[in-house]
Every structure is written in C-alpha cells, then in structure tokens.
Design a protein around this ligand. Structure first.
Ligand code: SF4
Length: 478
C-alpha cells in the first residue's frame, strides 16, 4: 500500500501487473552499463534485456542480487537486435557486475485485493495520472522501496520465498488485530494477512508496522489490543501510528485527529507503552506521526516535540514520523546560514515567500519570530482545495492550488519596492518534475503569472538557495 507513489512504483506500473505473468515474459531492462565492468566486457548496453541467471528467471532486484551473488554466472539475454542467447560472465570478488536496471521489479507490480475503507487511492479526484491510482501491495517493493503491504495477497510460495531469501525487514500495514475490526477496515482478506504476518514473525522475519488510526474505528481499546499483540512479537521492530487522511471526494469520513483534544488523547495513550518499551528494549517502539504533535500542541509544539534521540535511526521518517524534529534541528543548526541569508536578502531587496502546506504553520510560528529572517522570509500557506478534507501537508500540494496562491499573493504584493521570490519545495514534484495534478513548474508559473523557483525541503539547503536566488533576482531587477 502506498499512498504517495514513488518513482519505482510509477515505473513498474508502466510495465503492467505481475499477477499471472509467466516466467518466459519476465526480463530485466538494462538501463545503464558501467564502463569496463564485466557487463561492459560482455557487450551489454542500455536497451538490452537480462532474461535469466543460471537458468532462473529474474523477477526483481531481490532475485538479481540473490542469483548473481557468485563470481561466475550464466546470463540469458536479448540483445539490441532482438537476438536471444546465453553468455558466461566472471568477476573479481570485489567487483560489481556493472548493470543498472530499469526499476526494481521486472514482472510488474502486484496489486492489492483489499477494500480498505480509508484507502487514499479511492478518495482521489478524477483526472489524476493513472499511475497515481495504482493500488500496489507488493512485498518486493516493501523491501526495496519501503512501501507498506498488508500481506493479504501472499501465496504459500511467496511466504517460502521470503523465508528462503530472508526478505527482511518488511513494512506491514497492521491497522488492527481484532478480527471484526480488521475485516471491517480491510475487507474479506484481512485474516489471511494477519495469519501470514504471524507465521513470518514466528519464522524470524522482522517488520516495521503502520496503523492508520481512524476515530471511533480502531483507536482506544482496539488500538491498545493491537499494540499488545505487536509488542508480544519481538520481530515487530516498531509501530507508527498515522492519522486518517481524508479528502472531500468521499463521504465516509469527516473527522480525524486534527483537534488538540483527540490528538492529545492518542499521545497520552501511547506514552505508557513508550515508557515500558524504553525500559525493556531501549526504544520507544511505538511512534506517533508528526501530525499528532502539530495538532495537539500548535504554537507550543517545541515544548513537546520529542528530541532526535527519541526517533533513533528515524526508520519511520518516510511515514511522517520525525520529519518535524529533523526540520527544527536543521533550522536551529543553520543559524549562521540564516544570518548570511538575511544579509543577502536585505542587500538585494528580495523577500522570499516559501510555499507550505497548512500543517507547517505551528512550526513556522515557533521558529520564525526568533530568526534574523523574520520579515524577509515568510511562509505562504496554501490551502489544499484540490484534495480538500484534512489534507494539509506540503508534499500533497497540487500545482493548481500553489499557482492560485502565488497569483493572489503577487497581485497583492507591495513591499517597499522589494522583489518577491516564490519558492516551491521539491517534495511537491515527482522525479519527472510534475505535481500530483500533472503540472510542471513552467505551467505553474504561467498560471500564477509570476516566476517561481523549486527549492530543497531542508532548511540548511533552502537557505543557501534563497541566498543565491536573491542575487539572481536582485541582478534581474537592478
Ligand atoms: S485498498 Fe488498502 S491495501 Fe489496497 S491500496 Fe488501498 S489502503 Fe492500500
């Protein structure tokens, strides 16, 4: 399950679905070949296909790594002329084979067979890129790209493969362990997923788990039971609790944990479990997503946000756990850069408007007043009209909303003759430079009627970009 598809999934989606794919059709497209590597010496080039290793099909990068571990391998291939054959490759023990493949799964993405009530893919407006509506549930992507899976589509052969190739740790969507609640949330295959999870845990496979928390559905006593079930199983490395996200394009949900009282209640419930886990395992073990802290504490966020040590190796960062702490620490460590950036903006008479989702308001309210950048850099909070509901993070901002916000701000701009620099965090774009609603920067600028720049999401990097952007903008308007 992946709410916000990454490049691996978008590429794999373009190649179709794995279900029912026969071995003869499975092949890995060579995207690049390292010069003077064994692959290069054997004549491979981008555009060739690898069809087998020692007679075995290569279904994904896990197979490739597993099968190509020896220093002599026999590769099946299809060359640039469409001719197929086999060739033996040999390497030194320290040497890489020299292949880079297109994507990480070569037989297409396995799709989910669930009907989760909260599924973000079912809440999307019409007209989004088709690859964004792909509902993947593929344990290979979980291992290789960090997506969460339910295991409800796992076959006995898949389970055996996970054990044989020690495909661990995996990331699992747990949601609830109560049978009835689980079935209500996930659908009729819910029990199969939990049984598979339990067997794999018993056999030594490790998991990071996720619970999407829905008020009145799997919170309170249900959550307590879920956490107790998971805590009893040492292979469950940690659990993150993320609040339900809902859009305006559905009718099933109209609230989540966006008010202070309900967010605090969840944090309070987790606290004794975290204290016990710290004492027994040296880790809080269960983590609340940043949204809970933002909603619970608002402008007093910094008094309550856990320190970096609480998050350990930030293993749930991609799931929104610890991002705010990392952001705050990076900002505070960048004090000299803030001073330098403030000088550059003043000198060039440039003011930055950094586009942000509304979720970041408590963070900026806490950080900016104490900074030399106050009055020079200001967040431009963009309401997410495209998705609506409680969607308010920067990463889900769409081009149309950002362009509209910049257009409004540019029209009202009057700042002592200063030039406005509108900065859009890179997280709003995919690897092809396109927003969730399919706009690139050029289209956004046309719609906004103002120049915009794409910047890093990390303060220590975007402060440098603001400084150099100020010099460019200042020169342009000199
Ligand atoms: S139905 Fe459930 S498992 Fe499938 S994509 Fe949606 S949330 Fe993920």
């Amino acid at each position: 399950m992946e709410a916000y598809p990454n490049a691996d999934i978008e590429r794999a989606a373009a190649r179709g679905c794995a279900d029912g794919c026969d071995d003869a059709a499975v092949r890995a497209l060579v995207a690049a070949v390292e010069p003077q590597s064994p692959a290069d010496d054997a004549g491979f080039a981008p555009g060739c296909w690898v069809t087998s290793v020692d007679g075995h099909p290569v279904r994904d990068l896990i197979d490739w790594r597993w099968l190509s571990a020896d220093d002599v391998i026999r590769l099946g291939y299809i060359d640039l002329d469409g001719e197929s054959g086999e060739v033996e490759l040999e390497r030194e023990p320290w040497e890489d084979w020299g292949f880079t493949f297109e994507g990480v799964v070569f037989d297409g993405v396995r799709q989910c067979r669930n009907a989760c009530t909260f599924c973000f893919m079912r809440q999307l407006p019409r007209g989004m890129r088709p690859s964004l509506t792909l509902r993947d549930d593929d344990f290979r992507l979980s291992f290789l790209s960090g997506t969460f899976v339910t295991l409800t589509n796992l076959s006995a052969a898949d389970e055996q493969r996970i054990l044989d190739q020690v495909i661990s740790p995996l990331r699992v969507s747990l949601h609830a362990t109560d049978a009835d609640v689980r079935r209500r949330i996930i659908g009729k295959h819910a029990a199969h997923g939990l049984e598979a999870l339990d067997r794999l845990l018993a056999a030594g496979i490790e998991f990071h788990a996720q619970v999407v928390l829905m008020p009145g559905v799997n919170d309170g006593a249900v959550l307590a039971e879920t956490l107790a079930w998971a805590y009893e199983r040492p292979g469950m490395l940690d659990v993150c609790i993320v609040p339900l996200g809902y859009t305006k394009h559905q009718t099933a949900f109209d609230r989540s944990f966006n008010d202070a009282a309900s967010a605090r209640a969840v944090l309070d419930q987790l606290e004794p479990v975290q204290r016990r886990a710290c004492a027994e395992r040296g880790t809080p073990w269960v983590f609340a997503a940043d949204e809970f802290y933002l909603s619970a504490y608002g402008p007093r966020l910094l008094d309550h946000l856990p320190p970096a040590a609480f998050y350990g190796d930030f293993s749930m960062y991609e799931d929104g756990v610890g991002i705010v702490r990392a952001y705050v620490d990076d900002w505070e460590a960048s004090a000299p850069l803030q001073a330098a950036c403030a000088s550059a903006l003043r000198r060039e008479n440039v003011r930055v408007r950094l586009l942000q989702g509304l979720a970041m308001k408590p963070v900026w309210d806490a950080l900016l007043p104490k900074s030399p950048l106050a009055g020079l850099v200001e967040p431009l909070f963009v309401p997410n009209d495209y998705f609506g509901g409680n969607v308010d993070v920067t990463g889900l901002l769409c081009g149309c909303d950002m362009a509209a916000a910049v257009r409004r701000e540019a029209a009202a701009w009057a700042c002592d003759g200063a030039t406005a620099l509108f900065a859009v965090p890179r997280v709003a774009f995919n690897d092809d430079g396109v927003t969730l609603d399919g706009m690139d920067l050029e289209e956004m600028q046309r719609a906004a009627g103002a120049p915009m720049a794409v910047v890093s999401c990390n303060p220590s990097e975007f402060l440098l970009e603001f400084s150099s952007g100020a010099r460019t903008s200042g020169r342009r308007h000199a």
